[in-house]
Design a protein. Sequence first.
Length: 218
Amino acid sequence: MPGRSARRAVRTAVVAGTCALGSAGGLSGQDPDLDGVGHDLGDAEAPVLVVEYADFACDACAQFAVETWPRVREAFVETGRVRWKVVPFELGFRNSEEGARAGECGAAQGRFWELHDALYEHRVEWVDERNPKDELVELAAGTGLDAEVFRRCYDDEPFRDRTKAANRAAREAGVRGTPTFFVNGFQVQGALPFEAFRTVLEDAAATPDPGRSPPERE
């Protein structure tokens, strides 16, 4: 894994299946402010920090979440080897905003990760709807959330500023497609299969970034 200066010069290690929009160009590539955005999982003292920028409406994100993420979580996050931070933002697909809103409302009831999995697993059931609220409420209820509390949250949008901050962080990081991962600061793009992502994480663990500070617990 290259050093900090090399990472800034060579931002992308791997490109696989990625959702992208032409309007995403012109992004800065600077270090973003991640205070108050995203959702963390794993040991704060883990030697590897992964920051994932994702859009719940993105099919490549859904592919990663369904096929790769469960194995990464079991092998690396739950064993204390990796701290994972997912930053849901709006890349600009149909129902991107609605998916991000749903994720924050799930987090408000302490079940972000359960709803994260459900939103991706059942993406085809809500992503093309003109108004996906009923489908999203049903998904939320299926993960154990209080459906009426979720519905009120969804309607009132109390976390809109949080999503705006996530959008800003993605722009500052230079994210042009989803999913995009920063593994100890080194950018990896696309819905990599588990074997490829395992190699990336093991390489990062072998040469941890001495300048990285773990994220604050939320």
